[in-house]
Design a protein around this ligand. Structure first.
Ligand code: G3D
Length: 200
């Protein structure tokens, strides 16, 4: 009886589980964004003090429940020596968030270069892509109008997948809600091709 009840409870409460990789150069704001997403979508989650957030070294993970599904995030370190590990996560990813530091014009070419390398990877073919022009709270940063054409040069590689570029401020949580909700819908649409993770 317990097993039956437990099974029923599990069936009723179980959510489809999707994985999302958060990529971008070191210092782009990946970890700050993950914290902002957890704060936005998790009741009673207080979030880390921004001064306690340090650049991603290795892997940060986080989970949120949103719009009836569970998103498990992998925030991967952006340092050059860690970029080679990114593709180990691609096969399991249902969505990609690519974070750009809109305030760092000097590294925009470098960011575009690693973006191209990532988007070329067959394992991510068709996977929905959310591009974030981060740090929009700072003055004189590159806006989406300036950033979008740069990354659209990879249009052929982006292909027909769902793709959205938006301005955000991870530090202030601006644009986080809109982006995550869009990504969830895109991931659900793509689930025919890349279904949710198997729950045990
Ligand atoms: P990473 O995980 O991509 O390496 P972090 O980047 O999340 O560690 O952020 C790197 C720095 O950028 C941090 O500042 C963080 O506070 C800052 N940052 C992240 N997002 C924003 C944003 O939206 N606006 C502003 N103004 N700053 C942001 P420090 O000073 O701790 O290095």
């Amino acid at each position: 009886m317990y097993t039956l009840m437990h099974g029923f409870y599990k069936y009723m409460t179980q959510k489809d589980d999707y994985c999302v990789v958060i990529l971008g150069l070191d210092n782009a704001g990946k970890t700050t964004y993950l914290e902002a997403a957890k704060t936005t979508f998790t009741r009673n989650y207080k979030g880390l003090n921004p001064s306690k957030i340090t650049t991603t070294v290795g892997l940060n993970i986080g989970t949120i429940d949103v719009q009836g599904v569970r998103l498990s995030f992998w925030d991967l370190g952006g340092q050059q020596e860690l970029q080679s590990l990114w593709d180990k996560y691609y096969q399991e990813s249902h969505g990609v968030i690519y974070v750009i530091d809109s305030n760092d014009r000097e590294r925009m070419d470098e960011s575009k270069m690693i973006f191209d390398k990532m988007i070329k990877n067959e394992l991510l073919s068709g996977v929905p892509l959310l591009i974030l022009a981060n740090k929009q709270d700072l003055p004189d940063v590159m806006g989406v109008r300036e950033i979008k054409p740069v990354f659209q040069q990879a249009g052929a590689l982006i292909g027909r997948r769902d793709c959205l570029t938006i301005p955000v401020s991870a530090l202030h949580g601006e644009g986080v809600d809109e982006g995550i909700k869009w990504l969830v819908e895109a991931i659900k649409r793509h689930a025919v091709v890349r279904p949710p993770r198997e729950n045990d």
